[in-house]
Design a protein around this ligand. Structure first.
Ligand code: MRU
Length: 356
C-alpha cells in the first residue's frame, strides 16, 4: 500500500534488524523503527507500535529470528517464544505464528537454525499478503453486487483498523474496498473512530486517504442512526479470533455495531485469514479478553496549536475507568465470513466446507 505515493509493507527484515512502522506515531508522524532484539519485538507488540492480529503474528515470528541472532541456544529460544505469546492475549495469530515457527526450530542445530527461522518468518509474511489479497478478491464480489443493484456509491462501515496497517499488505476488511476502488467501483467508507485508541481515526482513515478512497470518520455511536437512515450498505470488520462455531472476537464495540446492523437489515461481514480461526476453543466465554491500562481512556493525545504532540487528561482525576479491548459478536449476527478461500456462513459447517 502507498504512503506518500511510495509502496510500503508494514514489516520487513533488513541488515539483521526488523523494520516496522511505529503505529503509535500515526497519523501525525511516519516513523520507521528498528527492532534489534526479541525484547524490542515484545515491547513493540505490548505498546501497540505494531498491532492488528496478522501483523502481531508476523512480528512475533520475526521476534524469534531476532532471538536466534542474539543467542543460538534452544532454552533462550523457548523462553522467547513464551514471552512473545504472553505479550498480547486475544489475537490468536500471535500464538499460531509462534507455534508454527517453533515446530520448525525446536531441536535444529545452531548452524542451520537462523536460516530456517528467517525462511519461515518470511513465508508467514508472504502467505498473509496472499491471503489478504484473496480476501479482497472474494469480498469484492459482494461490493460489486451491491453496486450493480444500487448504481451508486457503496457506503461501507468499518470498525477499528483491519487495514493494511493491521496486516502486511492489503488488510482484511479493507482489502475488498481497495479492490473495488481499483476496479472503478465508487465506494465511501464510514470509519468508526474506535475509542479509546482511535485505530479507525488514526489508522484506517489515514491509510484510506493515502490510497485516495473517500472516507468519513464518525464517533463510535453514530453507526446506528446512519443505518436507520439507509446510509450504510454493508459493514465489514476484521477479527482477532473467530471460533469454529462462527463467533467473532474483535475490537470492543464490534458487537454493538452488529446488533444495529441486524436491526436494520444491513449485511454484516467479517473478513479474516485462516490464521485467525481458533479450532480449539468451543465457548466464546473462554477467549481471553485483553484489559488494557485505563490511562488509554482517560488521556487523549493529539497536536496542539503549535503542532506539538501533547497528551491531556480528559476524565475527572478521581474517576475509575475500565478498558476492555475486545468483545464477542455471536455468529447469528454475522452475515458471512470472507476468507482467502471464499465466503462462508459463520458456522462450523460453513468453515468446515472451506477448511477441512
Ligand atoms: O487492538 P488492536 O488494534 O490490535 O485490534 C485490532 C483489531 O481489532 C482488528 O480488527 C483485528 O486485529 C483484525 S486485523 C486484520
Amino acid at each position: 500500500m502507498n504512503i506518500g505515493g511510495k509502496a510500503y509493507r508494514t514489516i520487513w527484515f533488513e541488515n539483521n534488524s526488523v523494520k516496522i512502522i511505529d503505529q503509535t506515531k500515526l497519523p501525525h508522524q511516519f516513523i520507521i523503527k528498528d527492532l534489534l532484539t526479541v525484547k524490542d519485538s515484545i515491547n513493540a507488540i505490548k505498546k501497540m507500535e505494531v498491532r492488528g492480529a496478522p501483523l502481531i503474528g508476523v512480528t512475533a515470528a520475526y521476534g524469534l529470528v531476532l532471538s536466534i541472532i542474539e543467542h543460538k541456544d534452544q532454552s533462550f529460544l523457548k523462553k522467547s517464544s513464551e514471552d512473545l505469546i504472553a505479550s498480547r492475549p486475544t489475537a490468536i495469530n500471535l500464538k499460531w505464528a509462534v507455534d508454527r515457527m517453533m515446530k520448525k526450530l525446536l531441536g535444529v542445530n545452531s548452524s542451520e537454525v537462523l536460516k530456517i527461522a528467517l525462511e519461515e518468518a518470511k513465508m508467514i509474511a508472504e502467505e498473509d499478503v496472499e491471503f489478504c489479497k484473496n480476501i479482497g478478491l472474494n469480498g469484492l464480489k459482494i461490493i460489486e453486487e451491491i453496486y450493480n443493484k444500487k448504481k451508486n456509491t457503496v457506503n461501507i462501515l468499518t470498525h477499528c483498523n483491519a487495514g493494511w496497517l493491521a496486516t502486511i499488505d492489503w488488510g482484511t476488511a479493507t482489502s475488498p474496498i481497495y479492490h473495488a476502488h481499483k476496479k472503478g467501483i465508487k465506494v465511501h467508507v464510514w470509519v468508526d473512530e474506535t475509542r479509546p485508541r482511535n485505530q479507525g481515526a488514526n489508522l484506517t482513515s489515514y491509510e484510506l486517504n493515502e490510497e485516495g478512497i473517500p472516507n468519513t470518520i464518525i464517533a463510535d455511536n453514530t453507526g446506528g442512526i446512519l443505518m436507520q437512515r439507509g446510509q450504510v450498505d454493508m459493514c465489514i470488520v476484521g477479527t482477532d479470533r473467530t471460533l469454529f462455531n462462527g463467533d467473532v472476537c474483535n475490537k470492543i464495540g464490534t458487537y454493538l455495531k452488529a446488533l444495529a446492523a441486524k436491526d436494520n437489515n444491513v449485511p454484516f461481514y467479517v473478513a479474516l485469514p485462516s490464521s485467525t480461526i481458533d479450532w480449539s476453543i468451543k465457548d466464546s466465554k473462554d477467549i481471553p479478553i485483553e484489559e488494557r491500562d485505563s490511562a488509554e481512556l482517560s488521556f487523549v493525545e493529539g497536536l496542539d496549536k503549535d503542532d506539538k504532540l501533547q497528551k491531556v487528561l480528559i476524565y475527572p482525576q478521581k474517576s475509575k475507568s475500565l478498558n476492555l479491548a475486545f468483545d464477542i459478536t455471536p455468529a447469528k449476527y454475522v452475515t458471512g465470513l470472507i476468507t482467502e478461500k471464499g465466503i462462508c456462513e459463520a458456522s462450523k459447517n460453513g468453515l468446515k466446507k472451506l477448511f477441512k
